[in-house]
Ligand binder design. Structure first.
Ligand code: FAD
Length: 441
């Protein structure tokens, strides 16, 4: 079998890059090992840069229609168990500080998003989707894929590994990766929500935290931090104990969380953090979770995969259009994406540490840091910009000093604004477009 580009894995990253290539008329084949739609909780928070990408490929409207807009993520610390939750101070991280129109995030069920991408890609004749089809490895520079009982060799100009965390291609490429594990795991489950819960919410105490992210259809996706190794014991304790834990942090879930009627609906999520040293080797390219995995704290994994796919898709379209098939050009993808991913990985890791031992129990310290972050206008804008993916505005030593309360925070009325220089420009996203004709190869 022959194709221009073989995409291994039909997750959000694989489907996005395949759709972009199909739009350019490049022959693209996606092989996906699963038999059909799988019920597995995965990323559902779409950050502003990802919304911008959907807008650029004409998917903004269907995505918005099937999603729930998030403007704010409210942070509440329950230092004192007896204090009514409604009386506790709320610190709001607001996406609205970002420039219009990508000044909000969106929650959308993972499978719904994949279906939108797949349906759109199916409209293009150069797109081919084979499912179930399992990639087995490489043989003489061709991909070995098991389709039904048959083993097929697929020959492509480029191979994209978008197989997620357990990437076979990454292991074969032997690119090396540094991995970090955490002292905590998460439980995650979706259930009906009270109608008043319309924005994101993170409620924490000195043992744990509960993240609540509203989905369309009056549902809410929750993530609950548990100590590593406590999952089995919690199942033995039963659902009643599980409900109590949620209600202790968020009493308004009473009558809602109890609608989770089986442990089978609750998924264990084990955070890992890694980043491969290189994304490209010869004509093989890694993207998404195959290349990096981020702690789920910042809700970035799915976004990084789609943002990788956007840059790689644009680059390959350009390479085919201009007939520039050189490894030097392919490396531009890594050059754009790796430092951005590294920055997000660092931010998420730092947030994760705040909820790891021994810092987990320092509620007052964490509260102070969050208060400074949300009420200092520059810190707030920088944080929202950095997690949005729309740009990078690194924190300075003064910012750090303000965040920890060593230096007083800046005042709102000083008129601080997002400096446009910190937004990624088109040339920064796709630098090959700015290359002079003679340097193009
Ligand atoms: C439980 C859980 C919760 C998460 N929550 C969040 C969140 O709230 N926010 C967020 O942003 N991110 C979250 N993430 C991370 C996010 O889902 C991932 O970062 C994102 O899905 C990565 O996309 P991907 O396309 O790179 O990989 P995946 O989504 O993992 O897709 C890889 C695809 O490749 C297929 N595949 C694998 N091996 C082969 C093979 N050999 N042959 C053919 N096909 C193959 C798989 O079946 C799969 O469909 C979560 C992840 C998990 C596991």
């Amino acid at each position: 079998m022959r194709t221009n580009v073989l995409v291994i894995g039909g997750g959000v990253g694989g489907l996005t890059v395949a759709l972009k290539l199909a739009k350019c008329g490049i022959g693209v084949t996606v092989v996906e090992q699963s038999k059909g739609s799988v019920h597995l909780y995965k990323g559902e928070l779409v950050q502003p840069k990802t919304l911008q990408i959907f807008d650029s490929i004409g998917l903004q409207s269907p995505v918005l229609k099937k999603g729930h807009v998030i403007n704010d993520i409210d942070i509440v610390e329950r230092k004192n168990r007896s204090a009514p939750i409604d009386d506790l101070p709320v610190q709001s991280m607001s996406y609205n500080v970002l420039p219009h129109p990508f000044h909000h995030a969106l929650m959308i069920p993972h499978e719904t998003l994949k279906n939108i991408l797949l349906e759109e890609a199916m409209k293009y004749p150069s797109f081919q989707y084979i499912q179930p089809a399992r990639f087995l490895g490489f043989s003489n520079g061709q991909g070995r894929v098991k389709i039904g009982k048959e083993e097929v060799l697929i020959h492509a100009d480029y191979y994209i590994s978008a197989e997620g965390r357990k990437s076979k291609v990454r292991d074969e490429m032997d690119l090396g990766k540094k991995e970090k594990k955490y002292d905590h795991h998460f439980l995650t489950v979706t259930f009906p929500r009270p109608p008043t819960l319309t924005e994101g919410k993170i409620i924490s105490n000195n043992h744990t935290f509960l993240g609540l992210f509203p989905l369309p259809g009056e549902m809410v996706r929750s993530v609950y931090l548990i100590p590593k190794g406590s999952y089995k014991r919690m199942i033995e304790e039963g659902l009643e104990e599980f409900y109590k834990k949620y209600l202790e942090l968020c009493p308004s879930l009473d009558g809602y969380v109890q609608q989770i009627d089986s442990w089978k609906k609750i998924q264990l999520m084990i955070p890992v953090h890694y980043h491969v040293n290189h994304y490209v080797k010869n004509n093989i390219v890694l993207l998404g979770d195959a290349a990096h995995s981020v702690h789920p704290m910042a809700g970035e994994g799915m976004n990084l995969a789609i943002q990788d796919a956007d840059v790689l898709g644009e680059l390959l379209c350009w390479m085919y259009e201009h007939n520039k098939h050189s490894n030097d050009f392919l490396l531009l993808y890594e050059k754009v994406r790796k430092p951005r991913v590294q920055h997000i990985l660092k931010l998420s890791h730092l947030s994760a540490l705040a909820y790891s031992r021994p810092l987990r129990s320092f509620v007052s310290w964490r509260n102070k840091v969050m208060e400074q972050l949300t009420s200092d206008p520059i810190l707030h804008i920088k944080h929202m910009l950095n997690i949005s993916g729309l740009g990078i505005w690194k924190e300075s030593i003064i910012d750090r000093a303000i965040q920890t309360g060593v230096v007083p925070k800046r005042q709102e009325d000083e008129g601080f604004q997002l400096d446009k220089r910190h937004l990624f420009t088109e040339i920064e996203d796709y630098p090959w477009r700015g290359m002079k004709e003679e340097t193009k190869g």
